[in-house]
Write a protein that binds this ligand. Sequence first.
Ligand SMILES: [Zn+2]
Ligand SMILES: [Zn+2]
Length: 364
Amino acid sequence: MPFPQAFRRGSMKAAFLTGIRQLQILDTPEPELTTPEDVLLRIDTVGVCGSDVHYYTAGRIGSQVVKFPERVGHECAGTVVEVGSAATGLRVGQRVVVDPLIACGQCDQCHSGRRHTCRRQRFLGNPGEAPGGLAELLMMPAESCYPVPDHISQVQAALVEPLSIALYAQRLSSMRPGAEIAVLGSGPIGLCVLLACRAAGAGATYVTDLVDERLEVARRCGATWAGNPQTTDVVAAIAQLRPLGLDCVFECAGEQQTLDQAVEILKPGGQMLIVGIPELDRVSLGIHTLRRKEIQLVNVRRQNHCTAPAIEMISSGTVNVDPLVTHHFSIAQAKEAFDLVAGYRDGVVKAIIHVSGSHGQCSF
Ligand SMILES: [Zn+2]
Ligand SMILES: [Zn+2]
């Protein structure tokens, strides 16, 4: 069903990375449905993610290099405005969360249920893959859109993607109820990991970050202990509290220092989950401690099959993501939002960009 023609203007506004630390809101053609399985969304909210900011400040993540100009953004919540003839389960006016990964559905990885490592995947806002979602309108396959219940706001809905990654990390871990865990790096993903682990019955939870305001949010999210490595020897402090070591450490900072700390604070047989995205291309690990302790290393690549359960966790009140949302911006202020997140300023955890309202009137 098409949305009112008056809504169409031919062009829309979208955020483009145009150089290192350069972001502009530019006019670009409105997307059209390309297959009957597609839907068109009016984007309401977009969360600013650490990976977006990597592209903004460094122009690359590892071998994924931005060719400017490139659209950006992937943590989107929107409202369906047009439904392809074969797009099942969605109707005009429905609010949805976007799973930003479009899988091919044909490769060995897709066939074995690993859509997240699909060999021909396209991820929103990834260089050369799919256009970023920080835009007034976005065309997506219907299967990538998950309806959200009425009592979840579009701001909460924008937190579903990071929460899904955290939930996936928790599910990949071997933690049992009562497990003692650490989360090193308490940005949005680290804090979501804390929430997911507490929901799964973690016992004591130890959280670190370089930004004191983030530790304060971690405490509000239920952390047993939170420390800043700039002012506290976090390895010694955790060792004093838990001399036998921890069961699982979720490395969510992507820093050499946090990888080293993880090896130190784990107990023999413990597990390190590598969730953070390093700016470095190579990291090192203290192989002898790693070996003697027989530490298990688990890499976490985004998420798989965790979007619907993440919606359910927010919907049921199992987790409260509200303390993570610290700042709000309009799409015109997107550069301000990116600069804030890039500079870790003003206690920012999750900055939300409100997009809808800027693209004419929409009446269903
Ligand atoms: Zn993200
Ligand atoms: Zn595939």
